[in-house]
Design a protein around this ligand. Structure first.
Ligand code: XMP
Length: 518
């Protein structure tokens, strides 16, 4: 068990970021809802606690409270925003409405030498509606702003710390050092959570779960299923059968890349099922987006079931579930969004199949999944892929899906993403930096327009280019791409892709649009 920091989630939009920042320090952290049972939190044997921010006010009836086990544990506690206010209230200080919500950048000045904050001025990010009017007895202010005398505080015994600002966000440049001081120096956690230790621990856990039984994996070409499969292969070798279904909805050269990665890099006997014809047959005449998704999901399950039977029905199935999926389905009332699109995870779990799940990425963030993938020897082109929807190009090929139209889309998409990569603009290693392109692709419209090529009239289809910046894919903005890059891409597509005579750039944000067109 690695040294662990437990983060109690009081509902802030930044809670997952806190966990990621701690993990970036190579210390394992786990997120628990603030009202998780004490046994669950204590079973993790934490070295310290972080209390997240949250939207409530500590003085409101029914507001989330500070669990007694945190106070009784004797371990260091860092409260951020709402977390700081909880500590204040619990230890006898006073929290009141701020009158005006403070949101945005601020500068704090440290007031004394202390173990948490490097001495001096720091730019920080504030976001709070309440303020601390009186510190608890025995607490001292560590920093102030022109607005607030208590921008940071600690108890005299050095056990409790509070920050009014958010050290976890990019807008607090010194935040990582503050968290490091808390986690490594104050809590004494050893920074030994590395890709190698993650692999060693996962391998042991997988072997224990699976024993000598057979395991099945569905590889989709996506990062998560690839890394999960590679980890299980490292753990149980030939007991694993990995199946890759070519749906015909893949990107240019994707099938070859996946086959090469698994067969050559990992020495794994990947079974490729060529199901292109079956998918195209079943999609014939289907133009409704939801119907497309249903047909693809069902067809995938049918093919996968047949493959599982052929392989003697292994009792275990690998799933690429990652930590944000786990947290989001168990956290406080978030993401109870209305269904906009049904997300069939092609390559995911057939709902009525009888498998025991092996989920080796269940506690990993995406950046950790990538680091583990690289450490396992998967190629960078696979590990650093941009996100790709389960139904693949089907949701970008508007109107009826035919082989010719898919080929057209594939060619246009490869030109666009290739030019972005060549310009250094589509780099997933930087995807967390503000303003970086998170996803970019081409869409083929079932609309023809008139053009002129040489001396002849053309009447052909239109391609849309879509490139977005986003932090969480829930909202997104269109990327401000350089005009000359767009010009080059448009020119190349019209010249090189048969059947396309017009290229447009999508300048709608999400909302009101979505990232994909279907
Ligand atoms: P939207 O279009 O909903 O997309 O703004 C948000 C993110 O989700 C991806 N996406 C999907 N992923 N199955 C998936 O696994 C799907 O059916 C699906 N539809 C959209 C999309 O690529 C974007 O990253």
């Amino acid at each position: 068990m690695p040294d662990t920091i437990v983060i109690l989630d009081f509902g802030s939009q930044y809670t997952q970021l806190i966990a990621r920042r701690v993990r970036e320090l190579h210390v394992y952290s786990e997120l628990l809802p603030w009202d998780a049972p004490a046994e669950r939190a204590l079973a993790l044997h934490p070295k310290g606690w972080i209390l997240s921010g949250g939207p409530a006010s500590v003085y409101e009836p029914g507001a989330p409270t500070l669990p007694a086990y945190v106070l009784e544990s004797g371990l260091p506690v860092l409260g951020i925003c709402y977390g700081m206010q909880l500590i204040t209230q619990a230890m006898g200080g006073r929290v009141v409405p701020a009158g005006q919500r403070e949101y945005g950048p601020a500068t704090i000045h440290t007031l004394s030498e202390n173990p948490l904050l490097p001495h001096g001025d720091h730019s920080v990010w504030m976001s709070h509606g309440d303020r601390i009017e009186a510190l608890p007895p025995g607490f001292v202010a560590l920093a102030s702003t022109s607005n607030s005398p208590f921008a940071a505080m600690s108890s005299a015994d050095g056990r409790y710390y509070g920050l009014q600002f958010h050290p976890e966000v990019h807008h607090t440049p010194g935040g990582k050092e503050i968290l490091r001081r808390f986690v490594v120096e104050i809590c004494g956690a050893h920074p030994d959570w590395t890709p190698e230790s993650i692999i060693a621990e996962s391998v042991a856990r997988i072997r224990q779960q699976v024993g000598g039984e057979r395991v099945l994996a569905a590889v989709s070409g996506g990062v998560d299923s690839s890394v999960a499969t590679a980890l299980v292969h490292r753990a149980v070798g030939d007991q694993l059968s990995a199946v890759f279904v070519d749906t015909g909805m893949l990107r240019l050269h994707e099938r070859e890349q996946v086959e090469r990665a698994f067969r050559q890099n990992l020495g794994l006997e990947l079974v490729t099922v060529n199901a292109v014809e079956e998918f195209l047959d079943r999609l014939e005449g289907v133009t409704d987006p939801e119907q497309k998704r249903r047909v693809i999901g069902e067809t995938f399950i049918r093919i996968f079931e047949a493959e599982a039977r052929r392989l003697g029905q292994p009792p275990f199935l690998v799933q690429g579930t990652i930590y944000p999926d786990v947290v989001e389905s168990s956290g406080p009332d978030r993401n109870k969004a209305q269904k906009i699109k049904s997300h069939h995870n092609v390559g995911g779990l057939p709902p009525d199949m009888q498998f025991q799940l092996v989920e080796p990425l269940r506690y990993l963030f995406k950046d950790e999944v990538r680091a583990v993938g690289e450490a396992l020897g998967l190629p960078a082109e696979l590990v650093w892929r941009q996100p790709f929807p389960g139904p693949g190009l089907a949701v970008r090929c508007l109107g009826e899906i035919t082989w010719d139209r898919l080929e057209r889309l594939r060619a246009a998409d490869a030109i666009f993403t290739g030019e972005l990569e060549a310009a250094g603009l589509l780099n997933q290693r930087l995807a967390d930096e503000p303003g970086q392109i998170a996803q970019a692709f081409a869409v083929l419209l079932p609309v023809r327009s008139v053009g002129v090529m040489g001396d002849s009239r053309t009447y052909q289809e239109a391609v849309v280019l879509r490139a977005v910046t986003t932090e969480d894919f829930m909202t997104a903005d269109w990327a401000r791409l350089p005009a000359d890059l767009l010009a080059r891409v448009a020119n190349r597509i019209v010249n090189e892709v048969q059947g396309v005579n017009r290229v447009t750039y999508d300048i709608t944000s999400k909302p009101p649009a979505t990232i994909e067109w279907e």
